[in-house]
Ligand binder design. Sequence first.
Ligand SMILES: [Zn+2]
Ligand SMILES: [Zn+2]
Length: 420
Amino acid sequence: MEKIQTLRGFRDILGDERKKISFIENISRRYLSLFGFSEITIPVLEKTELFIRSIGDTTDIVEKEMFTFTDRSGESVSLRPEATAGMVRAYLQEGLYTKERVSKLFTIGPMFRHERPQKGRFREFHQINVEVFGVGDPLIDAELLWMVSLILNEIEVSNYKCEINSVGCPECREGFKKELMAYFKGYTDGLCDDCVKRLQRNPLRIFDCKNTQCTSISKESPLLFDHLCMPCREHFERFLTYLKEFNLFFTINKRLVRGLDYYTKTVFEFTSDELGAQKAFVAGGRYDNLIEGMGGPATPGCGFAIGMERLALLVKKEYTETQPNFFFAYVGEEARTYLIPVLKAFSKEGLRLRYSYEDKSLKSQMRYADSLHADYVLILGDEEIGKKIFIVRDMKQKRQSEMPLDLITLPQKITEHIHR
Ligand SMILES: [Zn+2]
Ligand SMILES: [Zn+2]
C-alpha cells in the first residue's frame, strides 16, 4: 500500500534538529521568566477577520499566504500566519489591560504561510513570540534587543548582525507616501504588475517586493527615515542612547521595513549571512496603534519573534549529557526479577537506566547498550547471583569491576563506586 506523506511544505522535526529547538526553547524560557514574561497559549486557528484587521489587507501575507478556508458552519477561518494578532486579541478578550499596568507575554508554537517552499522556508514553521503591552518608552525596545542578545550568547550563536530602523507613525507616513508615489510614478514601466497596484493602494508595500527590477528601483527611492516627525525622531534617538548603554552592537538600516502594516517607530531584525537570502532569524518592532485599532484602549506595544528552524541552523553547540547513561543487562529468569526493583531505584534517584525488553544473550544486550551510548552497564547472570555480586562495566574505559549484589538497588553506592 502507498504510504501517506506530509503535505507540501510541512514536515516532521526530529533528532538533532528537534534537540536544538528544545535547547533554544529552554534557554529562552529561562530568560523570559527572568525578565518578567508569562507564557500564554493561544489558538492556531482564528477568524480570518482578525488577521485582515491587524496585519493589513494589502500585505502579501493576507493577500497570498494565509491558509484560509470556510469551516463546516460557513465561517471564514485562517491558520495564524503570525502570533501578534492573536496575542492582542487575547490581551483584549481576557481583559488583561484592566488587571495589569504592563503585560509581558510570550507564546511558543507553529505558524502557517502558504509560500513557495524553498531552502529553510516551510509552510508550517515555529516561533517564540514575545510581546510587551503598555510601554511607550524606547527603553523597552532596547531591553528586548538586549534580552535577545543574552539568549544568543547563551546558546553560543555569535555570527549575526542586529539591524534597526524607524518606520515612523501614520503622521510621518502620510506626507512620505505622496513623495514616494511621485518617485515611483517615474518608473511605472519597470515595476511588476503587483507593484503598479501597490502604488495606488499602499506604495510602502513596494519595498517588500522580491522582484529584482522592483528592488533596484526602490533602492534609490526617498527614505521614510528622512521624513520622521519630531516624536518619532526623538523616540529613535533615545532608543539609540539606550542601546549604547546596554553595550549592544547594531547597524542602522534605513531601508529595513517589515511586511506588516501595524508597525510604528522601531523595527529590528537579527540576521546572519549563514542563512542565505532569507537571513533574518529574529524580527520585530513597535506597534503603538494596533491595540486601539483592534478595538482596545490606546495602548502601545512592542515585540518580536524568533524563527526556531532558522535559529537552530545557527546553533553549533554539541549536546553532551552531563548525566550518565546506565544500562541493565540481565541473563536468566532469576536475574530478571531484579529488573523492576533496579529500575524503580534508579528512577527514584533521577538516574537514567535502560534495558532490553526481551530476554536476549548477554552479547546481544551489550551491543544494544552500545547503540544507546550507555556509559555504564550493570551485568547480572546466574553466575553472578551464585557469587552474590553484580558487574559494573565502564563502556568508555572498557573496564569492569564487581560489587556486592545487595547494592544493586542503591544507585548512590554504584555512582560512588564508579567515581572511586
Ligand atoms: Zn511620526
Ligand atoms: Zn514588484
